[in-house]
Design a protein around this ligand. Structure first.
Ligand SMILES: Nc1ncnc2c1ncn2[C@@H]1O[C@H](COP(=O)(O)OP(=O)(O)O)[C@@H](O)[C@H]1O
Ligand SMILES: O=c1ccn([C@@H]2O[C@H](COP(=O)(O)OP(=O)(O)O)[C@@H](O)[C@H]2O)c(=O)[nH]1
Ligand SMILES: [Mg+2]
Length: 232
């Protein structure tokens, strides 16, 4: 963290805080706030705490991540949302991504990992949820190579297929992949390619499996218990 970062934060914040205070004194106070001695500011100097959030399509990853982010101060990075954002940007890469998502297949690792890496850099958060990634072993290996770290924990939302299908068909977000044909393909891809990633992290003692049936609030009770027990 550089003093210029702190100074520009001061410029922006000065307008919102104590407008009557003498600008230089306020600048110094704000600079202290933004540059702590022990390096516990943002993620500039320290590796963030990373949680991968996995589970089948419709298991409730996005719903639970929103709650975790607001209650436990995590940045929420949804791999699917990053990919859909790239589609919406109208780039050539976006056209390729759209074709793959319509088929329920997995986007090449270099594309997804680069979007996640950039988003992590921009957010510079101390705690990060990576929602819906890695989708396959190749994704996992590419992340570990390019970002240079492993997740601290992996949350796995365990949900029966018929419940996932019911939720996806009722999602109503106008998604090109929430139709029964694509859903069937996504479930196959989940089982054959994503579950091995869960198995890999299980063998490394990192997986926290959560029963994802019941209401979103009931599930969040188990999630809250887990996050409360973590040393963050
Ligand atoms: N516990 C739950 N019970 C019923 N519906 C749920 C539950 N959690 C989420 N949903 C709904 O199911 C759909 C899929 O949830 P979502 O969080 O998008 O899952 P994912 O990100 O794993 O695909 C959404 O319409 C959401 O509102
Ligand atoms: O790391 C990722 C995340 C998503 N996707 C693609 O994006 C779709 C939607 O993913 P998302 O996580 O948004 O779906 P969800 O599981 O939340 O329903 C997937 O089926 C894949 O085609 C992908 O290729 N790599
Ligand atoms: Mg989702």
């Amino acid at each position: 963290s550089s003093s210029s970062t702190a100074a520009s934060s001061c410029q922006r914040l000065r307008h919102h805080l104590l407008p009557s205070e003498e600008p230089l004194a306020l600048n110094r106070r704000l600079a202290r706030l933004f540059t702590s001695q022990d390096g516990s500011d943002g993620g500039d100097t320290q590796k963030p705490f990373i949680a991968f959030v996995l589970g089948g399509p419709g298991s409730g990853k996005g719903t639970q991540c929103t709650k975790i982010a607001s209650d436990f101060g995590f940045a929420h990075l949804s791999a699917g949302d990053l990919l859909r954002h790239e589609i919406a940007s109208g780039s050539e890469k976006g056209e390729l991504i759209l074709d793959i998502i319509k088929e329920g297949r997995i986007v090449p690792s270099e594309i997804t990992v680069e979007l996640i890496r950039k988003a992590m850099e921009t957010k510079n958060a101390k705690r990060v949820l990576i929602d819906g990634f890695p989708r396959c072993e190749e994704n996992r290996i590419a992340f570990e190579k390019i970002v240079g770290t492993e997740p601290d924990i992996v949350i796995f939302f365990d949900c029966p297929e018929d419940e996932m299908v019911k939720r996806l068909l009722g999602r109503n977000q106008g998604r090109v992949d929430d139709n029964i044909e694509t859903i069937k393909k996504r479930l196959k891809v989940f089982e054959s390619l994503n579950l091995p990633v869960v198995d890999y992290y299980s063998s490394r003692g990192k997986v926290h499996k959560i029963n994802a049936t019941g209401t979103a609030d009931e599930i969040f009770e188990a999630v809250r218990r887990l996050f409360s027990s973590l040393r963050l």
